[in-house]
Structure formats: C-alpha cells, structure tokens
Design a protein around this ligand. Structure first.
Ligand code: 13P
Ligand code: SF4
Length: 365
C-alpha cells in the first residue's frame, strides 16, 4: 500500500521563517524535476522562491515551454488551469492552496455566458456576428466556450491585438468578465463609449434593449476586480497636485477615469519594466496590487526612484496571498515524497476546446 500524503495540519503551526528553510531544502531535492512559477502579486516570502516570474501572458508561455515534471504555480486558480492546458500531458500542475481563486473570474460562469449567448441569438446571429473574448482571468470552461464559438482569450498585455483580431472577423464582441479592460481597450481603438454597453448578466437580455444590442460594438460583461476598484481618480489628482513632475502608471483593470488620468496603462510586467527603464529620481504613483508595488519600491530605491501606492488604504489581492510559505513547503515536501497534493487537472473535453482559444491568442501575440 502507498503511504498517504503528508497532511497540511503539520505545516499550519510553522512560523514563516521555519518554512523558508524547508522550502529551500525541498526545492533542492526536487532539482530539475520541478519548476516554481510565480505571479508578480505573490507575497515576498513566496515570490523569492519562484524560478520564473511574470504576468499572465508570460506565465502562460513559460508553462507551455516548461520541461519539468512538476509545475508548482504560485498564482491563482485560473493561471494554474492555463498551465495545465498548455503543458504536456506528462506534466503535473500544482496550486499550493486550492482557495487561491480570483473574485473577478468568479463574476462570470458558463451558465450565465450560455444564457447571454442564447439571449443575443434572439436578436442577431451570434455565431456569425459576435466574437466571445474571455479575459484570461476566467475559468477553463469559459475559455472552452470561446474555443467552440470562434472566440479567443486575451490578457492585459495583448487585449488590443486580440480585439483587432476579433473585429477583422465579426462586427461585435462580447467581452467578459472585466468590463474595465474591455472598455479601456475599446477606447484605445477609438470605439465611442456609446458603442460599448454594459451587459448585466443578472438582468434579462443583459438589461439592454434589442436596439441597443444591435448598435453596440462591444458588450462589456458587468464584472470587475475589487482590488483595482480601490484606486480612484481623486487619488491621482491629489498626488499630481503634490508631485507635478511625477509619473502615474496603472493596470487596465482600474476604472476608466484612473486609466485616462495615467501616463501609462499596462500589465504587471509592463509596469515593472516601465518603472525600471525610467531615469533615476523619477517619482511614480502606481495603481496595482500592493505586493508588487512594495517590491518595486524597495528594488528601485537605490536609484532614487520614489514609488508610491495609489490608494490610501492597504489593498492586497487576498486570494493571491493564500499561497503562503506553509502551503508552498507542504506542497514541495509532498512532491519530494512522490505525493501530488492540489493537482490542477482540467477535464479533457474542456481542455481541448479551451486550448483552441488559447492557441488563437498565442498565435496573435
Ligand atoms: P497581469 O496579466 O497583468 O499579470 O494581470 C493579472 C491580474 O490578475 C491582474 O489583477
Ligand atoms: Fe483577480 Fe483582481 Fe486578484 Fe487579479 S488582483 S487575481 S483580477 S482578484
């Protein structure tokens, strides 16, 4: 009989410091058999163990190229699903804490998207006129829906290229689950705000009339990231008044006013690279998750860069923070013992369709 996996209960009482040593030791024993991928929002005491880091697009590509037997994903659930879909069948993807989800991803689900599609089909020929685009922050079955209906996945890095791809094929887009990324990208493409209407999945016909649906170019799912909604235009205006020569950079999940007031808008990777490339002494106001902002503030302090978080209150992504040193140590020590805990495995039929939508994205970007 095989021995059972080591229970998490044994790791729960460990101090963070004790976990650090155990993570390093287990990591060393696994060697090339494991790769640890880390999203930029991971807490510092986890991020430091990542072999490779990136934004969602980069991490998708890294997962597709990885050779290791085990891909330990320090990020959130949808990211680990993408890693599973894009990696080889012989590889195993592990998410150290299954509670590491994304509240924005949960704002759309298959039943609601299928209902939206049925309702749209009463007004127009949805499969001929509407491209479904799902932000990568979504469950695998929504990516599968897009794969099946001529749609595609996008990330915050490639959203514009993906929308251009979509409009070259069909006249309209149903964009879910983040209305803010969809609106900002449409705005960059000169689509009038009046032609980007919010689709409320809790209302019949999305809360729109047939006439509105017919004239809309982009239907924006009523979803958002609660972390990025903490940043408000007044924060930018106040800071600008005190720092007239400072620069403002935001993630496109921020609301439209914040994006419009920013000097730069882009993905987490883009934010890090842009701040890194700025001249010594630059002052920055950054509208994205706190762990990332704290990290770059420390990193670029020696260059005299002053990096400030956009909101006056602490706003971390609490689900990203579920991946803590205790869970990482637990996961790795089990792998050393040949036990896989918290495997992320997307069902075959779903993975096949989702891969179509992801491959379309990778081909475009
Ligand atoms: P990035 O793709 O920019 O890393 O964004 C992921 C995310 O969840 C931002 O909230
Ligand atoms: Fe999801 Fe927002 Fe967290 Fe990103 S920051 S993972 S969108 S909840």
């Amino acid at each position: 009989m095989h021995a059972a996996a080591i229970a998490f209960d044994r790791f729960k009482p460990l101090q963070d410091e004790a976990c650090q040593e155990r993570i390093v030791a287990a990591r060393a024993r696994l060697g090339q058999r494991a790769v640890i991928l880390g999203h930029h929002y991971q807490r510092a005491d986890v991020y430091r163990h990542a072999d490779l880091t990136g934004d969602s697009l980069k991490l998708s590509k890294l997962a597709a190229q990885a050779d290791a037997e085990y891909i330990v994903f320090c990020g959130v659930h949808f990211m680990a699903e993408v890693a599973d879909i894009l990696s080889k069948p012989t590889q195993t993807v592990v998410l150290p804490d299954m509670n590491a989800g994304c509240s924005m991803a949960d704002m759309a689900n298959l039943a609601k998207v299928e209902r939206a599609w049925r309702e749209l089909s009463t007004v127009l020929d949805a499969d001929k006129t509407v491209t479904p685009i799902t932000y990568v922050n979504s469950a695998a079955d929504l990516k599968a829906f897009c794969g099946e209906h001529g749609g595609i996945v996008c990330t915050s890095t490639n959203a514009r290229q993906i929308l251009e791809w979509a409009f070259a094929r069909r006249e309209k887009v149903l964009f879910f689950p983040d209305q803010h990324l969809g609106r900002w990208t449409g705005y960059l493409m000169d689509i009038p705000l009046a032609e980007m209407l919010v689709w409320d999945p809790d209302e019949e016909m999305g809360g729109l009339t047939a006439q509105q649906i017919k004239m809309a170019r982009i239907l924006l799912w009523k979803g958002h990231c609660s972390v990025h909604q903490m940043f408000q235009a007044q924060h930018v205006l106040r800071w600008r008044a005190q720092n007239p020569s400072g620069m403002v950079i935001s993630h496109p999940e921020c609301n439209f006013e914040v994006c419009k007031l920013s000097d730069y808008v882009g993905s987490t990777d883009f934010i890090i690279k842009t701040v890194a490339a700025s001249p010594p002494g630059t002052r920055w106001l950054v509208g994205t998750e706190l762990n990332l902002v704290n990290r770059i503030a420390e990193q670029f302090k020696p260059q005299g860069k002053v990096i400030q978080f956009m909101a006056p209150t602490v706003c971390v992504c609490s689900t990203m923070a579920r991946i803590d040193p205790q869970h990482l140590a637990w996961t790795l020590e089990n792998l050393v013992e040949g036990k896989v805990v918290n495997r992320i495995k997307v069902p075959e039929h779903e993975a096949r369709l989702a891969r179509i939508a992801l491959d379309r994205m990778l081909a475009v970007s």
